[in-house]
Design a binder for this molecule. Structure first.
Ligand code: G3I
Length: 316
């Protein structure tokens, strides 16, 4: 049978996974990561707290390991993430900076990180999770201190740092048409009208079994119709535990549905899953009593969900 990446390549799309740096030394994990995917995203090690934990000291070692892994396996690297309210070090969040200082700090972070990885990273999540559920802007330290122009500024700075990387804004709960995705739509439309260099929108897609929005394809399409690439960036489908076999079968169908929605949209470049194994998933740590959200079980055996993704990619 073909692999996920072979099926995706045949469609001209990519299939990616978030990669946990501390798991790459495990042979089973490393084997799946290298053979099944043609795109990789750092699950944690390219976030601000990892890369610039104190002002002016940059740690690129773990991110470099992922780039080396990807290059050895002929994979694209997705950069995650430059400007985000979470996993943001205390020196930034509670530094008491004024707008000019925080803008300078943000520009310096974006420029240093993107310069370091220039040529190695195909897409960057420049701004992550800027919205509240009602479509208003999240009151992050960036929004509170600088105002919404922190977003346009981040994209302009990113474009200057690496003009060849594709620059994305990324969020969750925007997969279907709703108040939050409408807020995102209005923002990106305005950015484009203002000539801000934005290339893509990432739809995280942390989804719940039996609650998948029915309009993912049309929602992706309306963003693609603006001339932007769209990408499913962090797909998983969580189940209330324990998961029975009927639920795992429905999960497979629902994974297939999301992947098919991307394939049906010309501007959808690919799908990334947020970790491939249930053993490594963030879900049980955050949502008590939920899990089994990935393509492989706790022992790295493929689940029905794996076949669902393969089928969604037109593979067998
Ligand atoms: O590194 C420390 C380690 O030293 C310590 O022993 C351990 C004890 O808890 O914690 C480790 O840090 C954890 C870190 O992941 C690295 O493993 C944090 O506690 C944990 O909170 C952190 O969780 C990450 C989460 O983002 C934080 O917001 C998840 O792994 C990661 O999957 C998740 O990913 C996010 C995306 O970046 C953005 N979209 C949503 C997605 C899911 O929350």
């Amino acid at each position: 049978a073909e692999t996920l990446r072979e099926a995706a390549e045949a469609q001209g799309k990519f299939i990616g996974s978030a990669i946990a740096d501390h798991r790459l030394s495990d042979a089973t994990y490393n084997g799946i990561a290298s053979t099944e995917f043609n795109s990789v995203t750092a699950e944690n090690v390219m976030k601000w707290e990892s890369i610039q934990p104190s002002r002016g000291s940059f740690n690129f070692a773990a991110g470099d390991r992922l780039v080396d892994f990807a290059q050895a396996n002929d994979q694209q690297v997705w950069g995650h993430t430059l400007v985000w309210h979470s996993q943001l070090p205390d020196w930034v969040e509670n530094g008491g900076f004024d707008a000019a200082e925080l803008t300078e700090i943000t520009d310096e972070h974006i420029t240093t990180v993107m310069d370091h990885y220039e040529g190695d990273i195909a897409y960057w999540d420049v701004v992550n999770e800027a919205f509240n559920e009602d479509g208003t802007f999240r009151q992050s330290v960036f929004q509170q201190t600088i105002g919404e122009e922190y977003i346009a500024n981040a994209f302009r700075t990113a474009d200057a740092a690496d003009p060849n990387a594709k620059l994305c804004i990324n969020d969750y709960n925007i997969e279907g048409a709703n108040a939050k995705s409408n807020g995102m739509y209005d923002l990106v439309q305005g950015l484009l009208a203002d000539g801000v260099p934005i290339d893509c929108v990432g739809f995280q897609s942390h989804l719940i079994l039996d609650s998948i929005p029915g309009d993912i394809q049309s929602n992706l399409q309306r963003f693609a119709d603006l001339g932007l690439e769209v990408i499913v960036t962090e797909l998983d489908i969580r189940i209330t535990m324990p998961a029975d076999s009927a639920e795992l079968d429905r999960q497979a169908d629902q994974f297939e549905g999301v992947v098919s929605a991307c394939l049906a949209v010309d501007g959808c470049a690919g799908v990334t899953v947020w970790g491939f194994g249930d053993a490594d998933s963030w879900v049980p740590d955050v949502f008590e009593g939920q899990g089994a959200a990935c393509l492989y079980d706790e022992s790295y055996q493929p689940k029905p969900a794996y076949d669902g993704v393969l089928a969604g990619l037109g593979g067998t």
